[in-house]
Ligand binder design. Structure first.
Ligand code: NAP
Ligand code: GDD
Length: 347
């Protein structure tokens, strides 16, 4: 029987790699979009041992004609749009580019589907950042949006577009409103990976002090593998197209995350000082592990996000395999294995 085909943009990112693995195991043919580079670094795909099972096409997401050609040539059953300028901080430095990739390029792909009369379904990776500093203690599909960064505004524009085109053209276009999700494959500039890698690097490699921004903001952190399963259920199990919040329903601060990492590594720590002078030290020898650097504070800090995943749990029977402790344990263990390995990789 002919395999069903999916096109994944951002295949080389954290989610793209895990989603590819998930769908390969379910016997899908995977077409992956990569942006051209003088040196391909496909470590995430190699780590999961799936590079050879993917057919690659090369394009920037905003090369409209090329993207149109790839969609028409491959005619996928589903496009999972995971490519994005995904770093909130950078969207303040380069809002035009962030809009180009996170909004205009999405509009282009949807137009290709609609104008060519394709049946291709479309998954959009929307974000909890769209809620901004919400007055509600947790956010669900009906919570008003109040974005606080160019990244969040660009993603909200695409989110609204997906809904509008779904209702206007009757297309199977869906968004997952994804809260933060992490793993060993997380990019190095995101705070969880930065903390885990930084602390493991200090103890196993004599690495430098980790410098962070606001330790008091909190996030609803899940494991990327659970979130990939949610994306799959939204596109493959749902009868009607819809948008779903994907979250664990629990929130922890950056400070909590640091404590849990140290607990997993059997390091006893203490926080000393206040504000920009605050430090995290190893109690055993007073060694400074973490200090604060103003440059990691955001222009407009989003202090707390906590999702309410009731809809996806009830309607699609989504279940979580990882809680906060298991997520951190998994990240720490894989980071230690990686740093000890002769072929260690770093994203
Ligand atoms: P990621 O690791 O940053 O991956 C993003 C991918 O997009 C990378 O493969 C990157 O390519 C690709 N990309 C960036 N700009 C591109 C361009 N101009 N043309 C083509 N490809 C481009 O992100 P992720 O964590 O996997 O997240 C996946 C999606 O979910 C993103 O859309 C993100 O905004 C959204 N999201 C993520 C989270 C989360 O917590 N992880 C939460 C909410 C929403 P390179 O490999 O070449 O850099
Ligand atoms: N990156 C980073 N680096 N963040 C820091 C640091 C630091 O040194 N110190 C403190 N933080 C705080 C940030 O201010 C923010 O409040 C929190 O840690 C999380 O930051 P990130 O890990 O960069 O993630 P994010 O929440 O801004 O964005 C991620 O999640 C979104 C979903 O809510 C990204 O994956 C986005 O693409 C995604 O949409």
């Amino acid at each position: 029987m002919k395999k069903k085909k999916v096109l994944i943009t951002g295949i080389n990112g954290q989610d793209g790699a895990y989603l590819s693995k998930h769908l390969i195991e379910k016997n899908y043919e995977i077409v992956g979009l990569l942006r051209r580079s003088s040196s391909y670094k496909l470590q995430r795909l190699d780590y999961l041992n799936i590079r050879n099972k993917i057919k690659f096409f090369h394009s920037e997401l905003n090369e409209y004609k090329n993207i149109e050609r790839i969609i028409l040539e491959t005619k996928p059953e589903i496009i999972y749009n995971l490519a994005a300028q995904s770093f909130v901080q950078y969207s303040f430095e380069n809002p035009t580019y962030s809009f180009d990739i996170n909004f205009s390029s999405v509009l282009n792909m949807l137009e290709v589907i609609i104008r060519n009369g394709l049946d291709t379904k479309f998954f959009q990776a929307s974000t909890s950042e769209m809620f901004g500093n919400s007055k509600l203690t947790s956010q669900n599909e009906n919570t008003p949006f109040n974005p606080t960064s160019p990244y969040a505004i660009s993603k909200l524009s695409s989110h609204q577009l997906i809904k509008n085109f779904r209702e206007s053209y009757g297309k199977f276009f869906c968004s997952g409103i994804l809260f933060n999700h992490e793993s060993f494959l997380r990019g190095r500039e995101f705070v969880t990976k930065k903390i885990v890698h930084g602390l493991v690097n200090i103890y196993y490699n004599n690495g430098p002090i980790v410098k962070l921004g606001n330790l008091n903001s909190s996030r609803d952190w899940g494991h990327a593998e659970d979130f990939i399963n949610a994306m799959y259920l939204i596109m493959h199990k749902s009868r009607l197209p819809d948008d779903y919040v994907v979250a664990t329903g629990r929130a922890f601060s950056i400070r909590d995350f640091i404590k849990k990492v140290c607990e997993c590594m059997n390091i006893k720590i203490r926080f000393i000082g206040k504000g920009y002078q605050e430090k995290c030290i190893d109690i055993k020898n007073n060694k400074i592990l973490i200090s604060i650097d103003r440059k990691y504070f955001r222009e407009n800090e989003l202090l707390k996000l906590k999702g309410n995943p009731n809809k996806i749990k009830k309607k699609l029977n989504w279940k979580l395999k990882y809680n906060f402790s298991k997520l951190v344990e998994d990240m720490v263990k894989k980071e230690i294995d990686n740093i000890k390995s002769e072929n260690s990789i770093f994203f």
